[in-house]
Design a protein around this ligand. Structure first.
Ligand SMILES: [Zn+2]
Ligand SMILES: [Zn+2]
Length: 248
């Protein structure tokens, strides 16, 4: 039993670590294609971002690995595999509910981490990347990683979700975590600066958090920032304007 549990945690560590390296690596490669040289002088920063992120991979994997083992052997969790077990509308609704709850958790824990006494202990590692790169997605101090690692495992114990919907949540979480730190805007202007963009968070919004610190705390949605008066709009990417031409 203990061996199976340890193997589950180790397997999950490999999955989370490889997922991070693959997705961050893919968007770093894309960055190099779109904006050659954007990360050129940031080798030292990137090495630190990768180191902290791989340490975070283990912290994220531990509760996930324990739960995956408990799900398979003891039927823990509300993850279901038969789509007819709940109404079909719950498939997309569960994705939205998970994202909204994750966003709420992130907003308030993130605000707490910006209180001076907590900031020093938990959040300076992440903000060491003043101008983050695609490798900064999981660049957190272990204390901050713990706050990030516990929410989704807690939710799967409480709120039913089909495993396909859970994969969708994890995919959105991974892609937004990477692209929000990439240093340029992936999404089109009509979306980012249009009506939907008033409620959605992409790189333009999170970049401003890394520049100005005490604003734009949200993760996926601008709802809490707007409600609490911490939304300072969208940032600009000077590097994008000064180096607009892709490599020939
Ligand atoms: Zn960040
Ligand atoms: Zn912060």
């Amino acid at each position: 039993m203990l061996t199976a549990l340890i193997l589950s945690v180790l397997a999950m560590t490999v999955i989370v670590g490889v997922r991070y390296l693959a997705v961050s690596g893919m968007f770093a490669w894309l960055t190099d294609r779109r904006l050659p040289g954007l990360y050129a002088d940031r080798g030292g920063q990137i090495r630190k971002e990768i180191g902290w992120s791989l340490a975070s991979a283990f912290i994220y994997a531990a509760p996930a690995g324990i739960l995956a083992w408990g799900w398979q052997t003891h039927g823990w969790t509300r993850i279901y595999s038969d789509v007819t077990e709940h109404p079909l509308w719950w498939l997309p609704a569960s994705v939205l509910v998970y994202l909204l709850l994750h966003d709420t958790w992130f907003y308030w824990t993130h605000r707490l981490m910006h209180r001076p006494s907590v900031y020093k202990r938990m959040h300076t590692v992440h903000h060491a990347s003043r101008n983050p790169t695609a490798w900064a997605a999981m660049s957190f101090h272990p204390w901050e990683s713990i706050t990030g690692a516990i929410l989704v495992p807690a939710l799967v114990l409480l709120i039913p979700i089909h495993y396909g919907a859970l994969l969708a949540v994890l995919l959105i979480m991974t892609i937004m975590g990477v692209t929000n730190h990439m240093g340029w805007e992936l999404f089109p202007n009509w979306l980012v600066r249009g009506p939907a963009g008033r409620w959605l968070i992409t790189a333009s919004h999170h970049q401003r958090h890394h520049e100005k610190y005490l604003c734009n705390f949200g993760l996926y949605f601008r709802f809490w920032d707007r409600l609490c008066g911490t939304d300072r709009g969208l940032g600009e990417f000077s590097a994008v304007r000064s180096q607009p031409l892709p490599r020939s």
